[in-house]
Design a protein around this ligand. Structure first.
Ligand SMILES: N[C@@H](CCC(=O)N[C@@H](CS)C(=O)NCC(=O)O)C(=O)O
Length: 256
């Protein structure tokens, strides 16, 4: 497969898109990008895109005529499909550990972390409220798309309920902080989160930590705790892939 046949539908600030981009860049794959505006125009719900990605999320990878969705599947596919450094450990036990780490990182509710930083004076997220209205309008206009829209309305309602509950927000933030602790332990004596070589788990850990930094949580590792993560973060930022894949760790949440 040549790079000319590789197209990533993504969004600059989306954490999952950054993971996919890092995997492609670390693997040395030339690829093109098509931005899907998941924030302002909600392009992910347009029929042309849901035909590619029925869950209406980014990223989506097009390999020749084939469409691959779901970030974990995408990065594994990139690793298998192309020449370049192996990003999966050859030892099955280590490979299983890598998969567990990726699921662990993917298991956080990044939407709670993001939107809880952007609440209005009444403690509500205008973006999430608007998204709920938009999704309901879409459902009324396109009843044939009920499956994806109803699922997303339910998810949006759950997010709104969490955001209305400071204790719930705190629980999600604590889960994120606990993940940093687990990464720190995994990095004890190791250069990378799954041993002494860069793996797919690093394509997940780096954007995850970058997102925490963007939200102002860098103190989780810059203040003396989690020193392994602090050193690791510096090393990840120094890799050429960080800027080529455009990992976002500064700016404001509004830029996402
Ligand atoms: N399980 C999916 C999750 C993808 C996902 O949640 N993508 C987010 C961006 S990181 C998205 O497209 N959000 C758009 C939306 O919430 O409408 C995957 O791994 O691909």
């Amino acid at each position: 497969m040549t790079g000319a046949n590789v197209l990533l539908y993504d969004h600059p600030g989306s954490i999952c898109s950054q993971m996919a981009r890092l995997a492609l860049v670390e693997k040395g794959v030339a690829f093109e990008r098509r931005t899907v505006d998941i924030m302002v125009t909600a392009e992910q719900f347009e029929p042309w895109y849901t035909a590619l990605n029925p869950k209406a999320v980014v990223p989506t990878l097009k390999l020749g005529d084939e469409i691959v969705t779901d970030t974990i599947r995408i990065v594994h596919r990139v690793d298998r499909e192309f020449d370049g450094p192996a990003l999966t450990p050859s030892d099955p036990g280590d490979a299983a550990r890598m998969d567990r780490t990726m699921k662990d990182i993917m298991g956080l509710h990044y939407g709670v972390l993001l939107y809880s930083r952007r609440l209005d004076a009444n403690g509500r997220s205008p973006t999430v409220i608007e998204r709920g209205k938009y999704l309901r309008q879409q459902l009324a206009t396109y009843p044939e798309r009920a499956e994806v829209l109803e699922r997303r309305i339910a998810g949006n309602d759950r997010l709104q309920a969490i955001l209305a509950n400071p204790a719930e927000i705190g629980r999600h933030v604590e889960e994120a902080r606990a993940l940093v602790g687990r990464l720190d332990r995994a990095l004890d004596g190791n250069g990378f989160v799954c041993g002494d070589r860069y793996t797919l788990a690093d394509t997940f850990a780096a954007p995850c930590l970058a997102r925490f930094r963007l939200h102002g949580f860098e103190t989780w590792w810059s203040g003396g705790d989690n020193a392994n993560v602090a050193a690791y973060y510096g090393r990840m930022k120094e890799r050429p892939s960080w800027s080529i894949a455009a990992v976002v760790d500064s700016g404001t949440e509004r830029d996402l």
